[in-house]
Design a binder for this molecule. Structure first.
Ligand SMILES: [Zn+2]
Length: 562
């Protein structure tokens, strides 16, 4: 199916834009967008979002018919605009993935000398295996509370110090001690660090040899409710196909509800509140959970398939090896037959809106009087919702050299409530790209740059720019905040709360023709402005001095001799 699709794309003749080579100024002049441009951008969004978020696309899950429709739509649009394929003669980059469904017909049994309890799948716990095998199990695996489950040598913090968890089941708190204590001197205070993310916690537990890793859910610290845990993990999970079948991962990972966790601590003779408080203090040591052991068997149905990133490019006229890469994930959560009623996760905001923005940006660049000096690429990545997989695959198999990838600009979820004064940078202060943003924002009257309002949600680690950051490419993730031009900040915050509570990762994230997309349009103008500027320069923006990704970039810089 995919092969034939690829060949259709390849068989078609490409119409390259007939760019002459006038000077930069012409582009920069054309790049000063006006009201008519804004109107056209808004029209782009209203054209593309309802298609991508339609029921027909089924919520755009990777390796489904929704993917085929999405790829065809995006590649068709890029081609019609005269952009070149970004992967040789193809607009697609294959991403091998394994889909895994865990049978919900399972319970977690916890036993001690004087205790026995079963925790049911769904309401009381969620369990899954990252190992790509048909059956995984925990059998009488001793349980250990490891606090936040963090090993951070640079912060002199090790929750696994002095404890051997090989073959055991670790119970872990979500987020990090900085968030828990709101102590600015611990980790990043309220702002979530990489150590606060569940992805990290499962990775660390596996490195420690734990057979099981269960995270205790807490709505505030996780930044979402149990319903999101349930709906996210009960659907088929997708991971990059691993040659070792992920044998180095834990047998079982999962989540415990608050009630389940409290019951287990009580059974283990541990004071839950005291243990949680202790875990946020330096010097915490892991505690065995009495004589409790965990047992569970998971039946995993596996299916290998191929999903795809979509990539189109306007090759640079002077330095085509140097690139600016815009990203937006095209995928969303698909359709969940286990949910009654409307079970299509249309993902209109998340991220049909960002994907539509990518198309609008491609149009703006394609209409410039001259080719930019550097290449400008538009990368719609797959399987973001499954753990940023498409962007990770790209960062490990880049189509433009990473050392000369100038910047990544990521778009994930456009504002649909009209224009906002504030442009918030997720990961504010990380790189010199903030300066480019400030310059662009200064051209929009009444707007200003701010930090993200909820750094505790760990947004910087939760979208595709993070995979560029990890390999050293400065990455900008900035978007409208909550300070509404028309209705003020309180109203804006209300809209955003309502989105998080009711529509985020729910079947209610649907397109609404009455959306005011002018704020989204303004943001797209900023992304365009920044990319255009970068595409005409010969310098490379860097990370800030203290940033954890700077060393990787500096090594890249010496590789390119700059
Ligand atoms: Zn998203």
């Amino acid at each position: 199916m995919y092969k034939s699709f690829v060949s259709i794309i390849c068989a078609l003749t490409l119409v390259a834009p007939a760019f002459a080579k006038p000077p930069n100024e012409k582009n920069m002049a054309a790049g000063q967008l006006n009201q008519d441009d804004l109107k056209q951008i808004i029209a782009d969004l209203h054209e593309h979002i309802p298609v991508l978020a339609s029921d027909e696309y089924g919520g755009r899950a990777p390796a489904t018919r929704g993917e085929e429709l999405t790829l065809a739509y995006l590649a068709g649009q890029f081609k019609a605009m005269g952009l070149e394929p970004g992967n040789g003669d193809s607009y697609l980059q294959q991403v091998p993935v394994t889909e895994s469904i865990t049978s919900p017909d399972t319970t977690l049994s916890v036993r001690g000398k004087d205790f026995e309890a079963q925790f049911s799948y769904g309401d009381e716990m969620i369990a899954f295996s990252e190992q790509q095998v048909a059956k995984t199990a925990l059998t009488d695996s001793p349980m250990v509370f490891v606090g936040y489950g963090i090993v951070a040598p640079e912060r002199d913090w090790n929750d696994y110090a002095g404890v051997d968890v090989r073959g055991k089941t670790v119970v872990i708190l979500i987020n990090d001690p900085g968030y828990a204590s709101q102590d600015e001197s611990l980790f990043n205070g309220n702002a979530m660090t990489w150590y606060g993310r569940w992805v990290y916690k499962y990775e660390e537990a596996a490195r420690q040899g734990a057979a099981g890793a269960l995270i205790i859910h807490e709505t505030g610290a996780a930044a979402y409710g149990w319903d999101v845990v349930y709906s996210s993990w009960s659907r088929p999970q997708i991971s990059l196909t691993a040659s070792n079948l992920n044998a180095d991962k834990s047998e079982v990972i999962g989540w415990l509800s608050q009630d389940s966790a409290r019951a287990l601590f009580a059974a283990a003779g541990l004071d839950y509140a005291k243990q949680v408080a202790a875990a946020a203090r330096p010097g915490f040591r892991a505690v065995p959970m009495g004589d409790l052991t965990a047992s569970i068997t998971l039946d995993n149905t596996l299916r290998n398939s191929v999903s795809n990133n979509v990539i189109a490019v306007i090759p640079g006229s002077e330095r085509p090896d140097e690139s600016i890469i815009y990203t937006a994930h095209w995928d969303h959560l698909g359709t969940n037959p286990k949910v009654e009623g409307d079970n299509i996760y249309n993902g209109a905001v998340d991220n049909a809106s960002g994907t539509a923005a990518l198309l609008s940006l491609a149009r703006l660049f394609s209409e410039l009087p001259a080719r930019p000096e550097r290449s400008v690429a538009f990368l719609a990545v797959t399987a973001e919702e499954s753990g940023l997989l498409g962007s990770r695959w790209y960062s490990e198999n880049p189509l433009f050299p990473l050392e000369t990838t100038v910047a990544n600009i990521n778009i994930d979820g456009m504002v649909v409530d009209g224009p906002m004064r504030d442009v918030v940078v997720v990961g504010y202060g990380n790189s010199e790209l903030d300066d480019y943003l400030r310059t662009a924002v200064s051209r929009q009257k009444g707007r200003y740059v701010d930090r993200e309002p909820h750094p505790e949600r760990g947004g910087y680690y939760r979208s595709d720019h993070f995979n560029f950051a990890r390999v050293g490419v400065p990455a900008l993730y900035a978007e409208s905040g909550e300070d509404s031009f028309d209705h003020g900040r309180e109203w804006g915050a209300q809209q955003s709360q309502e989105y998080t509570a009711k529509r985020y990762h729910s079947p209610l994230d649907e397109y609404d023709p009455s959306w005011d997309l002018s704020g989204a349009g303004l943001d797209i103008m900023l992304y365009f402005d920044i990319g255009l500027q970068l595409s005409m320069e010969s310098t490379f923006p860097n990370w800030s001095e203290s940033n954890e990704f700077k060393a990787i970039r500096d090594a890249s810089a010496s590789a390119r001799g700059k």
